[in-house]
Write a protein that binds this ligand. Structure first.
Ligand code: SF4
Ligand code: SF4
Length: 369
């Protein structure tokens, strides 16, 4: 079986000329894609994470403008879409102008993915553990074509945030995001054995656990690296590592992605991953920190598993840059930089995508000159 093709425009340049730099290569990459066949006279949802608050490491508007122009030139009716938060006027589509995403710059309108009240969605029944429904955002469901334009970065919950996460958590309602997060788990607390000594809280270097106002133990899985230090220090054996790890969450992402993608016909979805400003946190934190590794470039593919695998493979732990982690934060054991930071295997997401039939991780790179 032939390998899936991932096109790659590298930040490396041979000459000190604009034409040798990434935006020019990105244009050449888009010229090679069958955009006319894909988007002509069709509505095109361009899904991206517009970030929030003081974040400055989302995809630069210049790249978005180039992409929108290419889609429009190919005859597509394009709109950029992301979440709309009623209680936050500086996140996603709301306040996007604060980060440079305005129609005059990007070249098309910005649309709330599930309406301004998060109630415009289509319900899809699923059956994975507690996850019984995926509410696919209306604007995504109604579009003919999906361009999944993702900023690649780390992520506390799933270790890695790229093309899959942009769909699974970004093309659905907040209710579905909550339900997918509810799949997280791995450490169980036995209330009867606990004497509230708080040793586990004091010993957690990641500030991932606390007792709530009702005195119940709460774990913030985003910050938890599954180091199990809390389990080991508990004098009463009140904490148990269940071995569940975070894989149910990864499966939940794949299930959500599958339901979103089912609403598109074959060859109507394309993935573009931007590997610039690769930070440890997701853009949803409304802040930016220094890049973990040097910039890499832009990848594009029609195969979801392939582009995710290629993106992860390109991020090397040995390239970790100084000052890109909080003071005192050390890398743990792991086979990928993101696992060393978050304690969760980022390739788990790709295995789940493959199992469900959303691509093949066996890829070949075609570099753009
Ligand atoms: S497993 Fe480690 S990171 Fe998670 S709550 Fe326990 S001590 Fe904190
Ligand atoms: S260390 Fe054990 S006994 Fe002490 S608060 Fe934590 S869970 Fe409870």
């Amino acid at each position: 079986m032939e390998k899936s093709v991932v096109k790659f425009a590298s930040v490396k340049f041979k000459k000190l000329e604009p034409d040798a730099t990434l935006p020019a290569k990105f244009k050449r990459m888009l010229d090679l894609l069958p955009l006319k066949r894909m988007v002509e006279r069709k509505s095109v949802a361009l899904k991206m994470h517009l970030g929030g608050n003081l974040g400055y490491t989302t995809i630069h508007p210049l790249f978005l403008r180039i992409l929108v122009k290419a889609l429009k030139d190919a005859g597509g009716d394009v709109f950029v879409t992301d979440l709309y938060h009623r209680n936050n006027d500086n996140f996603g589509v709301r306040g996007a102008e604060n980060r440079g995403y305005v129609k005059e710059v990007i070249g098309c309108k910005l649309v709330p993915v599930a309406g301004t009240d998060d109630k415009y969605y289509y319900s899809k029944k699923v059956n994975f553990k507690s996850l019984k429904e995926i509410q696919v955002a209306g604007q995504i469901h109604d579009a003919d074509v999906l361009i999944d334009f993702s900023h690649v970065k780390g992520h506390g919950d799933c270790s890695y945030g790229g093309a899959c996460k942009n769909i699974a958590m970004g093309c659905v309602t907040s209710e579905t995001r909550r339900e997918v997060h509810a799949l997280e788990g791995g450490i169980e607390w036995n209330e009867e054995l606990c004497d509230h000594c708080e040793t586990c809280i004091n010993e957690c270097r990641y500030k991932a656990n606390k007792f709530n106002d009702e005195g119940k133990y709460e774990l913030f899985f985003h910050h938890c690296t599954y180091c199990q230090h809390c389990v080991e220090v508990c004098p009463n054996n009140a904490l148990t590592f269940t071995g569940k790890s975070f894989i149910d969450f990864q499966k939940g992402l794949a299930v959500s992605t599958e339901e979103v993608l089912k609403t598109f016909s074959k060859d109507s979805v394309y993935y573009i991953n931007v590997l610039l400003n690769i930070t440890m946190l997701c853009d949803c934190w409304g802040m930016s920190t220094a890049s973990l590794v040097p910039d890499i470039g832009i990848m594009a593919s029609g195969d979801l598993a392939a582009i995710e695998k290629a993106s992860l493979d390109a991020i090397k732990a040995e390239n970790l840059l100084p000052d890109s982690l909080p003071e005192g934060r050390e890398l743990r054991e792991g086979k990928h930089l993101f696992e060393k930071i978050w304690g969760k295997d980022p390739y788990g997401q790709i295995s789940e995508l493959e199992k469900i039939g959303l691509g093949r991780s066996d890829y070949t790179i075609e570099e753009i000159e």
